[in-house]
Write a protein that binds this ligand. Sequence first.
Ligand code: SF4
Ligand code: SF4
Length: 346
Amino acid sequence: MTAHTSNHRARTLFFQPGERNIFFHLLTGCNLSCRHCYINPDQHGRGPVSRHELMQWLELFATPNQESNLIFLGGEPTLHPDLVSGVRRARELGYRGITIDTNGYLHHNLLARLAPDEAVLSFSLDGPTPEINDPIRGAGVFATCTANLQQAVAAGFDVSLIFTASRMNIDHLAQMPALLEKLGCRRFFIQVIGIRGKSARPTDSPTRPQTEPVLQLSPEQWREIVPQVAADAAARGIRVIYPKVYLEAGEPFQCAGLQQQSYFIFPNGRVYLCPLCEDFPLHAWQIENGRLVPNPGLTERQLFTLEIAEGCVMNKLLQPGNIDYDPQGRPRHRISCCLLKQEVQP
Ligand code: SF4
Ligand code: SF4
């Protein structure tokens, strides 16, 4: 840790009216098989969106009078043959920031086909060395991802790096800022592992051995390690974003779902407002024949309106282990919306 860390305090990025983020999963297929993959083909579909759907759905979510950020994800979005056409169509439609979240393989020769000002590239890496990253993400992944990230930097792309923190790698998070500095990456997203996809499967699952440790961080690990690492990264000139998780006394609770400002689109046409709901058929909307129609019956929308002392309702239902109670049974902290972020500026 450097001596400057106390100068780099986190500020909360409260949701702003009019802010809009479109998370577009183009496919669920991937060339990797990460241990904590959150993709759930039973719920999200097995095939990619067609070229026609890609173009039609981009139009469906475009709002000419409102700024929208667009994030292409998968599976691995660079496996989709029409990704570059999708980026260009999105620019024509007025999407403001366009990001491609990649596992680093940059299929279909992406760097040669995309201009650096057309999209930001966000690389996922879960460890500072192959010894930490590759048991989580796959053999050889560290070398490929870091080499392609450096090529993207050299080509003039704006890049960021996403680290998904879990018990498998939290002890090595402190080494990441030095790696980002070396790679020339100036933006760092620390993500917290969620109980979704593979992480949500019971330990007696055939795909997850009995010996698999619990992946989620303890509240102590999160609060003690993450802010310090973020401050260290900022001292090295890196902007850091990480989830808020624990609200301080007096801080307002906001549910992004109520504000309908983030949309999570899946290849089977489901559209969620809350990422914690993605393992269940609770999606608020469904795309049918190119139109956005409400999903009838019980959906995530009914959950958003429930007010509880613990803060986020879905957190309480899915991962109550991160809530501490005092001897009177009152929660010591409310849990923020999982989409609420902290930012530490250089
Ligand atoms: S790169 Fe992403 S989509 Fe592919 S296996 Fe890993 S977590 Fe899942
Ligand atoms: S994570 Fe919680 S607070 Fe955020 S949208 Fe979902 S239910 Fe609402």
